[in-house]
Design a protein around this ligand. Structure first.
Ligand code: SAH
Ligand code: SF4
Ligand code: F3S
Length: 440
């Protein structure tokens, strides 16, 4: 038996959807009367885990070991430990068997966390990795305080089954939340201080409702919320990029000119082996249509190097695609075989040193393009949403419409929208000069 926890800490790893889930778990436990605390002395620690790449499970075990060791040294007994997120979903039984944690809860079941914690306090190990449709969000408390930027999950799960990816297994089938529930949550976030909302989903642009409305209809409705200045969405799949959404980039002022559209590879042969359902040409044509609607749009992507069977020629195709697109920013990863996915059993797994070398070359190209994109923005006048203080006194850090970090020397407050001229660019950020007084 462990005492019923009075304080908690949530540590989230992985994607923005996990960050969102972590916030909702924190709100839930606050409603239950627990108070947030530092992980170094909380009674309950929730590890909200990610399973997307490399040794994720081992990392969870080593985190658990370290927390227990530190805390035993400090106060003689370990905290209650709950493992949530995608590793919990994929490896729940194994985690209980090996690490003897108190609670394991999957991404679709965390509304049950208080009940599971109570069971654990009563002495049973509690596991819930069910995937009931639709019950989680209704059971969660309303959104309370947030900063100037907020995440809002509108769509969960994935039906795409790319051959390298665990998400369809850890997050289940594609499910869209109802229109009205999303609009209500967006209003609550704005009331709580959000000026920008990022709509989230593993395939956010697959969002649709039973009345046939798509993500662009949702965006056009959210655009009408007074004092919601900015709307973003991520992550999109090329195959779900409807013309209506592209048109929204032309018409909706609060929809920011930024699109994260992962391509993974520039080689048609590999895209097929990955089961990506787009090819190089269709992807580039899609980007042409997006740029026709919103010429200044900043493009972002994800890449995998070293997918099984990737030849030098395949990789060169990826570099050529990067050159053709000119990404404003991008993420690139070494292929990591995930247990249970088709690619893990494919022949021709690529040697680690080949992957290292390809990743370095790809990242050099992407960094070059990111710097070029930032430099091309110098001289522009734009709004910067102030998010936090910069490194030095009097300096604030915010985001441009194109999701660049911008440092502004000014007396702006967090949440202000600063009218700024971009004056200098580096690879990761720009500096801006304030043009007029803050218009919050
Ligand atoms: N739904 C989104 C991305 C989800 S995962 C999409 O399809 O774009 C985020 C990124 O992780 C992917 O875009 C991919 O680049 C990377 N990724 C996924 N599985 C991986 C694996 N097994 N090895 C390496 N990178 C992987
Ligand atoms: Fe994974 Fe592909 Fe689904 Fe993205 S679309 S989550 S990469 S299976
Ligand atoms: Fe990771 Fe799960 Fe997100 S595997 S990337 S936390 S959907």
């Amino acid at each position: 038996m462990k005492p019923v926890p009075k304080t908690f800490a949530v540590k989230s790893f992985g994607c923005q959807m996990n960050v969102y889930d972590g916030e909702r778990m924190a709100e839930l436990m606050t409603r239950e009367g627990m108070t947030p605390a530092d992980a170094s002395d909380a009674d309950l620690i929730v590890l909200n885990t990610c399973h997307i790449r490399e040794r994720a499970t081992e990392k969870v075990f080593s985190d658990i070991g370290r927390i227990r060791k530190d805390r035993r040294a400090k106060d003689g007994r370990g905290p209650m430990i709950a493992v949530a997120g995608c590793v919990a979903q994929a490896e729940g039984e194994e985690i209980i068997r090996r690490a003897k944690v108190d609670v394991v809860v999957g991404p679709q079941a965390y509304h049950n966390l208080p009940k599971l914690v109570a069971e654990a306090a009563a002495g049973t190990t509690a596991l819930d990795t069910d995937m009931p449709v639709g019950s989680k969000f209704a059971a969660l408390p309303a959104r309370r305080t947030v900063g100037p930027t907020a995440f809002l999950t509108v769509q969960e799960g994935c039906d795409k089954f790319c051959t390298y990816c665990v998400v369809p297994y850890t997050r289940g089938a594609e499910v869209s939340r109802p229109f009205a529930a999303i609009v209500d949550e967006a209003k609550a976030l704005v009331d709580a201080g959000a000026r920008e909302i990022t709509l989230l989903g593993q395939n956010v642009n697959a969002w649709e409702d039973t009345d046939g409305r798509g993500l662009h209809d949702l965006i056009r409705t959210l655009d009408r919320i007074p004092s919601l200045a900015r709307i973003r969405y991520t992550t999109s799949h090329p195959n779900d990029m409807a013309q209506g959404l592209i048109d929204a980039h032309r018409d909706v002022e609060s929809l920011m000119p930024f699109l994260h559209l992962p391509v993974q590879s520039g080689s048609d042969r590999l895209l097929k082996a990955m089961n990506r359902s787009h090819d190089r040409t269709s992807y580039l044509q899609l980007l042409d249509r997006v740029r026709a609607a919103r010429p200044d749009i900043a493009l972002s992507g994800d890449f995998i190097v070293g997918f099984p069977g990737e030849t030098d020629a395949d990789f060169e195709e990826t570099l050529r695609l990067v050159d053709a697109v000119g990404y404003a920013q991008a993420f690139s990863f070494k292929y990591s075989p995930r247990p249970g996915t088709p690619a893990a059993d494919m022949a021709d797994q690529i040697a680690p040193d080949v992957m290292d070398e390809r990743l370095q070359r790809l990242q050099a190209a992407l960094n070059r393009d990111q710097l070029a994109f930032n430099e091309s923005a110098v001289g522009r006048i734009c709004d910067v949403l102030i998010e936090r203080p910069g490194k030095f006194a009097g300096q604030m850090l915010g985001k441009s419409p194109w999701l660049q970090s911008v440092l502004v020397d000014s007396a702006f407050a967090i949440g202000d929208i600063a009218r700024v001229e971009l004056t200098a660019a580096g690879p990761k950020s720009l500096t801006g000069r304030q043009l007029v007084a803050a218009a919050a």
